[in-house]
Design a protein around this ligand. Structure first.
Ligand code: NOJ
Length: 557
């Protein structure tokens, strides 16, 4: 009997901010109704799952990660029945829906926090959050949003105590030592699973528990609670995905992926190395990172983002050397680096100085490596950003659909828009938008569509094992993905110069080789197999005989 793979293994995940995606009721704010009407686009593109950033009631001081009601929908986005309609329509399009689950904290306007501050000390109500008379407790826990906050403690006049917050001061941390908190949050998980969601992106998982003398990250009690979340979801829908956000090197994020804990985690270290590789035009550090990643956890359980709604993390000085970080920053237009708390606050295209070859190459790599490739909405177009907007809003502007007013995002008058659409030179929505790019055969959008269509035909890229090959070129990375009898060879040139190099393919000596994306036969595999890749070029080759039907499907993409 063939082993059934989980739906999420190798699935293409598309992150979108519902407020910025599509406005269905012309009030200037994207909503669930608007998003539902965009599902055919997402299906056309080849997306398999959408991840919605928080959709819950919130004062929106932190993009909705400051929640006031975990079991409802923000009224500007719709209501629970609009969510139900979205979910049904997505499933009809064969698209899974993942929602953000913010376990660590609430908004300070959440009724639990309001109740806590008025409750007497020592009561279970007060103990929903972490309080102290001494703001020096947990002194070794770093302040994460250091641009905005100078301490993890905030004085509350009503409670006459300090409360703990790892993020903004308006986001008090829940107290997981309190069994009632655990009970409530497990009920939240159950609530959304019963509504039919296909998984959760677990926000800020390392920070659930605190312990004196530690950085308060990834403590054993945190893992114990996450295992309870896993048990709870397995009892309701064992196909649901639990995907961890832990912004750490892979060896520190890996413990969340114990068999009885979470299914997947973002590999932010790999993201950092992808940017470093393209900034330096060399591949060795990326290759080392991939070797380590494979040792830590073979298989396809990492989610692979390039950019997301946050800053680009480059490893706090421990991962990517400072001179490379500086070269990524200084390469940016408008000079001033755009550093926020711990990373660069720009979208993908401007980070790559608008070079579509580099955009394609980085996406080609995440489409080829083991794991779940994550596309951040708009990056499939090479959309730009608006540096200078508040906090991380630069990267969260409206999706560009057409050349019409507001990029077709909303029919509302301009001042009502949630954020301004992009009109920056080179990125103007009148050019960089879905409708225009669909009509241009050579556009980035049509390239993504082609890649994802081709990838679907090559299960080795989704489930295959991963083997690195040596090449004699410092700017190149070569690897194979093999699954059952299918072998796909991948080569990418991270440098701005063309690359000609030799590969030893003696293990497949005499096998047929066919470049699969554009349909071109190469010489049979041999010990001295020569390849040329143009600047930022890459290729996928099918190795060995392939069935006629697969060949025909691939050739007719
Ligand atoms: C991680 C989210 O990605 C980020 O946007 C948010 O500000 C923090 N968690 C706090 O919830």
């Amino acid at each position: 009997m063939s082993e059934r793979k989980p739906w999420w293994e190798g699935a293409v995940i598309y992150e979108l901010i519902p407020r910025s995606y599509s406005d269905g009721n012309a009030d200037g704010i994207g909503d669930l109704h608007g998003l539902r009407h965009r599902l055919p686009y997402l299906r056309w593109l080849g997306v398999e799952a959408i991840w919605l950033t928080p959709i819950y009631p919130s004062p929106l001081q932190d993009g909705g990660y400051d929640i006031t009601d975990f079991k409802n929908i923000h009224p500007e986005l719709g209501d629970l029945s609009a969510f139900h309609r979205l979910l049904t329509a997505a499933h009809d399009c064969n698209i899974k829906v993942i929602v953000d689950l913010v376990l660590n904290h609430t908004s300070d306007l959440h009724p639990w926090f309001q109740r806590a501050k008025w409750a007497s000390k020592g009561t279970p109500e007060r103990d929903f959050y972490v309080w102290s008379d001494d703001p020096n407790r947990f002194a070794e826990a770093p302040v994460l949003f250091c641009k905005f906050e100078s301490s993890n403690w905030e004085w509350d006049e009503v409670a006459q105590q300090y409360y703990f917050h790892r993020f903004h001061k308006h986001q008090p941390d829940l107290n997981y030592e309190n069994p009632l908190v655990q009970k409530e949050m497990l009920q939240v998980v159950e609530f959304w699973l019963k509504k039919g969601v296909d998984g959760f992106r677990l926000d800020a998982v390392p920070f659930l528990f605190e312990e004196e003398g530690s950085r308060c990250e990834g403590l054993p009690k945190t893992h114990d609670f996450l295992k309870k979340v896993r048990t709870r979801i397995d009892s309701i829908n064992s196909n649901a995905l639990l995907l961890a956000e832990a912004i750490q090197p892979a060896h520190e994020a890996a413990p969340y992926l114990a068999e009885d804990e979470l299914h997947g985690a973002f590999n932010f270290a790999l993201t950092a190395h992808l940017f470093a590789a393209i900034a330096t035009g060399t591949s060795q550090r990326l290759i080392d990172c991939l070797k380590k990643t494979k040792e830590i956890l073979p298989g396809c359980r990492w989610a692979l983002p390039l950019r997301n709604h946050d800053e680009l993390w480059l490893g706090d000085g421990h991962l990517v050397p400072e001179d490379i970080v500086n070269s990524i920053r200084s390469g940016l237009h408008q000079g001033h680096g755009h550093w926020l708390n711990w990373g660069i606050n720009r979208r993908l295209a401007p980070l790559l100085n608008g070079d579509p070859r580099a955009n394609r190459l980085l996406h080609a790599l995440i489409y080829s490596l083991p794991g779940m490739p994550c596309i951040y909405y708009g990056d499939e177009l090479g959309m730009g950003d608006w540096p200078g907007l508040r906090d991380r809003d630069a990267n969260r502007t409206p999706m560009a659909w057409t050349a019409a007013r507001n990029g077709g995002f909303s029919a509302a008058p301009d001042p009502l828009l949630t954020l301004p659409p992009i009109t920056a030179p080179g990125y103007d929505y009148r050019v960089i938008n879905v409708e225009v790019q669909k009509q241009l055969p050579g556009s980035i959008l049509n390239w993504h569509k082609r890649m994802l269509t081709c990838r679907k035909l090559l299960p080795a890229l989704r489930h295959g094992d991963f083997e690195l090959f040596d090449s004699d070129h410092p700017g190149v990375i070569v690897f194979a993905r093999c699954f059952k009898s299918m072998k796909v060879l991948v080569a990418a040139n991270l440098s701005a110069a063309g690359a000609s190099f030799r590969l030893d393919l003696s293990k497949w000596d005499g096998y047929r080789t066919r470049e699969v994306l554009w349909g071109c036969d190469f010489p049979r595999a041999s010990k001295d197999w020569f390849v040329y890749l143009p600047s930022y070029g890459f290729s996928w080759w099918l190795i060995g005989e392939v069935s006629d039907s697969l060949q025909t499907k691939v050739d007719t993409i």
